[in-house]
Write a protein that binds this ligand. Structure first.
Ligand SMILES: [Zn+2]
Length: 438
């Protein structure tokens, strides 16, 4: 572990959180960082040298965007390590299957992102980048300073050596494997008595249930939701069970994008990367992020469009940070519902926040739900309800009718199925679209 680099980035991130900076100052700093980063990267990455050839450096915010498909199609020329896609894929597969795997020379971590088989991304991280990442993560998530003793419980779908980076003499780090039955984790978790609990919302919800029923009695100083959309319905339940504010980390293989401040507001980590906005709605509240990570050189992430939908907060955060405040990471763009307009048969988006509101307005008795859109006129709903099921179903049907009708769309038929979900290898998506848009 490159401790000096880790400490440097830990202190930088801590400093940035305390710094009083205007939005203009923040953007000026980003501009300096990005132009220096681009100058160095274009000299080292054959792909970017040709992709951005002849464009004015100062004008980088208008350069063509990139995405995962483009990166995977140009993998060999894109990265600056001279690693081929075949080589990287073999290394990643070996690391996934073989626990005794020895890291390749140079200590480069190769990771495979989740996704359907044809759509998985390959990610390269150098030891220095790993240390920088760990420093920033620790600064933004630990419930106390780095030199304080911590016991971290981390629930993940796959172990990653990246996360093991944070282990140290003062920080006990225990990984809980989500591919195992959830009930098996209660006793070891109780024994660890974590000061920091990090898990996807679906797992936190299950732990919250155990806590409420007396099968678990832990008192972490901080709880952080990761890796799944944090739905308001789950947030309220988890916060109620543990009697504390729930924090969030917004992290993906492409970067460490966001984390909550002391007030519990999710801010974009604009001290370590630039997040531009591709707006999705006329009100300009929702957008897909286009990220430029000016600290990552092994596999440059430049004007890289992510498939997520982020919702801006309507009020500024009382912490006064110049970093963008989000109301929510609302889901994936692929999961946005679409309605079919009655008059022109056009497809129009029905954003997740509206569907969530419909569920909330329908009935207090809905404890958990999943809604899948199978076609513009067909929804499948699974509800976990306390109380009269027929009444709640009727109420939800009416709210859905109101929502689609209000948008001038055909009202979809709602088919009800039994609710079932167990936290594990499959991510919980309460709102999901099962068909591809044409
Ligand atoms: Zn804040």
């Amino acid at each position: 572990m490159n401790l000096p680099v880790l400490l440097k980035h830990y202190l930088l991130a801590r400093h940035s959180a305390r710094r009083r900076q205007t939005r203009e100052e923040l953007e000026a700093r980003q501009h300096r960082k990005v132009t220096a980063f681009l100058t160095a990267t274009l000299a080292k990455s054959p792909f970017f040298a040709s992709y951005y050839k002849g464009l004015a450096l100062e004008d980088w915010r208008n350069w063509p965007t990139t995405d995962k498909a483009l990166m995977m199609a140009n993998f060999d020329e894109w990265n600056t390590l001279g690693m081929s896609k075949a080589e990287a894929f073999e290394t990643a597969s070996r690391a996934e299957h073989d626990r005794d795997f020895v890291a390749p020379p140079g200590g480069i971590t190769v990771g495979l992102s989740s996704g359907t088989s044809g759509n998985r991304g390959l990610f390269l991280v150098s030891p220095k980048e790993r240390a920088a990442w760990a420093g920033a993560v620790l600064a933004k998530t630990l419930p106390g300073p780095l030199w304080q003793q911590q016991r971290i419980a981390f629930f993940l779908r796959a172990d990653s050596s990246l996360y093991q980076t944070v282990r140290s003499r003062r920080i006990a780090f225990r990984y809980f494997d989500m591919s195992r039955p959830p009930g098996m984790h209660l006793a070891p978790l109780q024994q660890l008595a974590p000061t920091l609990l990090v898990a996807p919302p679906s797992m936190l919800r299950l732990l919250a249930e155990a806590q409420l029923e007396g099968r678990l009695a832990i008192a972490p100083r901080k709880i952080i939701a990761v890796a799944e959309v944090l739905e308001p319905i789950d947030r309220a339940y988890i916060e109620g069970a543990f009697q504390m504010e729930l924090h969030q980390v917004y992290q993906c293989t492409e970067g460490f994008l966001g984390s909550t401040c002391a007030h519990g507001t999710l801010h974009l980590n604009e001290d370590i990367l630039v997040v531009e906005r591709e707006y999705l709605d006329d009100a300009k509240r929702m957008f897909s992020p286009i990220i430029t990570d000016f600290s990552r050189t092994s596999q440059p992430i430049i004007r890289y469009r992510l498939n997520d939908v982020l919702t801006l907060s309507e009020q500024p955060c009382p912490c006064g940070s110049a970093h963008t405040a989000l109301a929510a990471v609302s889901g994936r763009a692929d999961d946005i519902f679409y309605g079919l307009t009655v008059h022109t048969e056009e497809q129009v988006p029905v954003f997740a926040d509206f569907v969530r509101r419909s569920v909330m307005f329908a009935a207090d008795q809905i404890e958990e739900y999943r809604i899948i859109q199978h076609s513009p006129t067909e929804l499948e709903a699974a509800l976990r309800i306390k109380g009269d099921e027929a009444v709640v179903r009727q109420a939800l049907q009416e709210q859905i009718c109101k929502l689609f009708d209000g948008l001038g769309c055909h009202v979809p038929r709602v088919r009800f199925v039994p609710y079932h979900f167990e936290p594990g290898l499959v991510k919980l998506r309460r709102l999901q679209r099962s068909y591809v848009l044409h």
